[in-house]
Design a binder for this molecule. Structure first.
Ligand code: ADP
Length: 580
């Protein structure tokens, strides 16, 4: 099992300082407890009980008595320092693992993230890393202290076996020690599977949390409160059941070890009587024995936690080991500013089994405003998403200015593309900072100019704190049209030669609508634009239209030629005209 954790020892190495301190104090703790306590009983106390003639000087008695608090003080201080440094190591490790996990999430392909519930990914990043920290710090903690105490106590027992007449007794007692390891082994095996179940239930519960909060409006609108509560209560009940299964085994461990130890002590008593062992030897041995069982108990618990940790590690590694398939090429073509000639050659792509695009060919010359039209699910978004290489083509190639998108550095490629999505996402930050995301190191003047071009300054200046207004989570404090204008301002700021526009399906209020349309008209000038178009007013103005159906481009042309020559296009257009 330790092998599983080996790749993570580098985290321990990075924390060499506190770790060495932890181990040093752990060693001292082991010696003071395992060896010190029984030695005290055997060698320091006897003068107090063996009434001597002449009686002991009271200063000697005080000195002997004082050895007890001194030893306990040593034990307490070394134990404390050991725990302190172990926790420090643990917290630092947790920080490193979480950061690695988060870093990995930034680079994982979208296709992977879309397959996973975000609540589950959050739970892995928080609960599983916490479990791992707990395990790691426990290993570092009891992993040092307890074996040391065990070794100290065993050392004392062996020493007694050779130096006193109670050798047989010592051996009998020692025989019980390996027996107590049996339940530890048995319980450990039972725990792994159940621990995995607990963490996965925790993941389910988090998913429901996230889903519920994201759908707060729908829950109220459709009166789903009761249903949601029931669904959540099922998830929590599942967690309770899974947790109790681990408790059943974990909690049986200590009593099992204690019963076996009790039997060991009973056997020792009988042998001690038969062998006529003196009381000081006997109590010293019992003390040493007790000091042996305690570490075994703790090591047993450690074993349980190691198993839980392994389960969490499995869940983290599922993400950490997921290959990052969309990466920079080994020898990237140097790219600065592209002109924006986009070409698809025999492109095939599928998310799963069924192809979302098959045999797609298209050439979109630089400076063209190209509308992507077709029924829902036809493949328009997929087509647009292949240009910034959000997904990797299955076959064929996407090129810009004749360069395969896979041959460029991702940062170079994406620097040349601006994206305005249907529901722009804003971070819970000021308007100004949200705008600034459009371009690294943009000056204040540039940002203000972009806001003006997007007609965003009109509403920004009316906000209580202007550009410094915090927009709330996902921009909750702004209207749909306002968010759109922020997104357009970002695109202005980015000033990229290629623009991908996912047109909003929902209608905006008429003021916003006019402002957004005007801003967009200015934005598209001189750029290669892909519009996932839902409105035929937009489509009519496009210089090129691609009609999608079932993952293929079935027609291409301008509005007039398509309306006259393509039945699908005509029916889509007429349907929308009728709806308006
Ligand atoms: P459109 O934009 O024309 O509505 P899409 O490009 O979004 O169509 O989808 C094309 C096909 O791919 C659809 O059948 C859709 O169900 C499927 N699809 C889209 N996104 C995903 C995804 N993330 N995972 C699996 N299938 C998807």
């Amino acid at each position: 099992m330790f092998r599983r954790f080996r790749p993570y020892f580098r985290y321990l190495l990075e924390n060499r300082g506190p770790l060495s301190a932890a181990i040093f104090y752990g060693l001292l703790f082991g010696v003071t407890s395992g060896l010190g306590l029984p030695a005290l009983v055997k060698y320091v106390f006897p003068p107090i009980f063996d009434r001597q003639d002449p009686p002991l000087a009271s200063s000697t008695i005080w000195l002997i008595a004082a050895s007890v608090p001194v030893l306990f003080l040593l034990r307490a201080v070394t134990g404390y320092l050991n725990s302190y440094y172990v926790s420090l190591t643990g917290v630092r490790i947790l920080e490193a693992v979480r950061l690695d996990y988060f870093r990995k999430l930034q680079w994982l392909p979208l296709s992977f993230l879309q397959r996973k519930a975000s609540g589950d990914l959050i739970s892995r990043g928080l609960a599983d890393t916490a479990q791992l920290q707990f395990t790691l710090s426990l290993v570092a903690n009891d992993g040092v202290k307890q074996p040391m105490q065990l070794l100290g106590a065993l050392g004392f027992l062996l020493w007694q076996a050779f130096t006193t007449d109670g050798a047989l007794l010592v051996l009998v007692c020692l025989a019980v020690v390996p027996l107590t390891v049996l339940p530890v082994h048995y319980v450990g095996k039972k725990i792994v599977k159940r621990a995995l179940e607990v963490q996965s239930q925790l993941g389910d519960m988090s998913s429901q949390f996230v889903e519920n909060l994201a759908a707060a409006r729908e829950v109220r609108a459709f009166g789903l409160e009761q249903r949601e509560i029931e669904r959540f209560s099922q998830a929590t009940r599942g967690l309770v059941v899974a947790q109790m299964k681990t408790v059943k085994y974990a909690q049986a461990l200590t009593p099992a070890i204690e019963i076996l130890s009790g039997a060991g002590i009973a056997a020792s008593l009988v042998f001690a009587y038969d062998a006529g062992v003196k009381w000081d030897t006997f109590f010293a041995i019992i003390t040493a024995l007790y000091l042996c069982y305690e570490p075994i108990k703790k090591i047993g618990y450690l074993n349980t936690e190691l198993n839980r940790g392994t389960a969490s590690l499995d869940r983290l590694e599922h993400v950490l080991h997921e290959p990052v398939t969309i990466t920079d090429p080994a020898q990237p073509k140097p790219v600065t500013r592209l002109r924006g000639n986009i070409a698809f050659t025999d492109v095939t792509f599928s998310y799963g089994e069924a192809p979302a695009l098959s045999g797609v060919n298209a050439a979109i010359p630089a400076g063209t405003v190209c509308a992507l039209v077709g029924p829902s699910g036809a493949g328009k978004s997929t087509f647009a998403n292949l240009v910034p290489r959000f997904f990797e083509v299955g076959a064929g190639a996407v090129t810009i200015d004749g360069i395969d998108v896979r041959a460029m550095r991702l940062a170079d490629l994406r620097n040349n593309i601006a994206l305005v999505s249907q529901e722009p996402v804003l971070f819970n930050d000021t308007i100004y900072n949200n705008l600034a995301l459009g371009k690294a190191a943009a000056s204040r003047d540039e940002i203000m100019a972009a806001a003006r071009s997007a007609h965003a300054d009109e509403f920004i200046s009316k906000l209580p704190q202007g550009h410094d207004t915090i927009v709330g989570e996902r921009g909750a404090l702004l209207s749909g049209g306002q968010k759109q204008r922020i997104a357009i301002a970002r695109a202005f700021l980015r000033h990229a030669p290629i623009l991908i526009l996912d047109e909003a399906t929902s209608a905006l209020d008429s003021d916003s609508e006019a402002a957004v349309q005007d801003a967009l008209r200015k934005l598209v000038v001189g750029k290669t634009v892909l519009i996932i178009a839902h409105r035929f007013s937009t489509i009519r103005d496009a210089s090129m239209i691609l009609v999608f159906d079932q993952g293929r481009i079935v027609a291409q042309g301008n509005h007039a030629s398509l309306y006259a020559g393509n039945a699908l296009y005509k029916s889509l257009y007429d349907r929308q005209q009728g709806a308006v």
